[in-house]
Design a protein. Structure first.
Length: 386
């Protein structure tokens, strides 16, 4: 274990099985909220470089390894932490797969019962339950075979989205603009699990970042996702703040449905023709944007600090019209677009008060564009010198 001195009595455990960009901002968020931060994850995580991590509990480099290590650690140290946060969706699922589920009781972000676990582990079940609860969704059909899929396409039409039962950051999604594209993809599908055939909604993707206290929203804001990277279905590298009454209604509706406890994200579509905001999916894990809250008058650190105190909910200022290029996400996008102004704009969002983390993010940027052959040569040099 690596540790740094801290006088905080409140402690949070962050459990991370993948090196997702957004996880790196969480230690500072919780430190600002008055918590001593323990990170359980690989030593190679960018977040492990943060000066706001008081203790690192190392584990293997996978969601399964992180979930197993968390289970073992919490067996003897559950009482050490006021809050326990599963920092990425893959590790959330890996934790659910660690049975029996008694080890999740009292800290997991959803109620530990068959209904909630099935809902959160299945995007299909979530859409069905949301529709039944009166939450607006796109038109969709559940398909368990090629015949059912073809029948669904006959109802929904083309273009159409095909979605796997599980996925994150755009994985498990296919968009067919033509029947030819659809046919080429159907041949690759096994239907080992049902898939969703979902109507295309023309408009912008809106994401809502929210803090819940057992289903009660404490703090949130919405934004239009801009400059998605590395694919059109992946996370945004820029955000344009957005609000409408439908944002607040969606936050309330998802909270009542899930009874979620902690940081989460909600993805919706803002339909260009009508202004409707139907649900796309719910992400039961933190998002990368909580540090941007002050731009719209909300403070997630303050809200986290006040959990359980009866503090009034923080609602975003709906009049803010502003776009933020995020660090480091926008660096990658701007380099591939050869857009120097966007690259420089993104530097304004860098956490310069956390220099080791900034350095770790720049190191990842450089190695991302270095060829595999060059990486192998560099590793050989390091091994010889060591």
């Amino acid at each position: 274990m690596l540790s740094k001195e801290s006088n905080c009595e409140r402690r949070v455990l962050l459990i991370a099985g993948i090196d997702a960009v957004g996880i790196a901002r969480l230690p500072k968020l919780f430190a600002k909220a008055g918590f001593q931060v323990t990170l359980l994850g690989s030593t190679g995580l960018a977040a492990a470089s943060s000066r706001f991590v008081s203790k690192l509990i190392p584990c293997g480099k996978s969601p399964d390894a992180a979930a197993a290590a968390a289970r073992e650690h919490l067996a003897g140290h559950r009482a050490d932490y006021e809050l326990i946060i599963v920092a990425d969706e893959a590790t959330f699922w890996a934790a659910v797969d660690q049975q029996p589920h008694d080890w999740l009781m009292g800290w997991f972000p959803i109620p530990v019962n068959a209904e909630s676990l099935e809902r959160e582990g299945s995007k299909i079940r979530f859409l069905l339950d949301a529709r039944a609860a009166g939450i607006e969704t796109p038109r969709f059909e559940i398909c368990s075979s090629e015949a059912e899929l073809r029948a669904a396409i006959g109802k929904i039409g083309i273009p159409v989205y095909l979605k796997a039962n599980r996925g994150q950051s755009g994985s498990g999604i296919f968009f067919a603009k033509t029947f030819e594209e659809l046919e080429s993809h159907i041949g690759e599908m096994s239907f080992s699990e049902p898939v969703v055939a979902q109507q295309e909604i023309v408009g912008d993707t809106v994401s809502i970042s929210v803090l819940y206290d057992h289903g009660k929203p404490l703090c949130w804001f919405g934004y239009i996702m801009r400059d998605m990277w590395p694919t059109r279905f992946a996370s945004a590298s820029s955000v344009e703040f957005y609000w409408s009454p439908a944002v607040d209604a969606m936050v309330e509706g998802i909270g009542k449905l899930t009874e979620f406890n902690g940081l989460a994200g909600i993805d919706c579509m803002l339909e260009a023709a009508t202004g409707r905001l139907p649900l796309l999916e719910f992400n039961p894990r933190p998002t990368p944007v909580y540090h941007l809250g002050p731009h719209v008058g909300v403070d997630f650190a303050k809200a986290i600090s006040g959990i359980g105190s009866g503090m009034p909910a923080q609602r975003p200022d709906g009049k803010v019209n502003k776009t933020i290029r995020m660090f480091p996400q926008s660096l990658y996008h701007s380099l591939e677009q050869h857009d120097l102004p966007k690259f420089l704009d993104a530097l304004a969002d860098a956490p310069w008060g956390d220099p080791a983390l900034v350095l770790a993010q720049f190191r990842r940027l450089v190695t991302h564009y270095v060829s595999a052959e060059t990486k192998d040569k560099l590793k050989g040099i390091v091994r010889r010198k060591s």
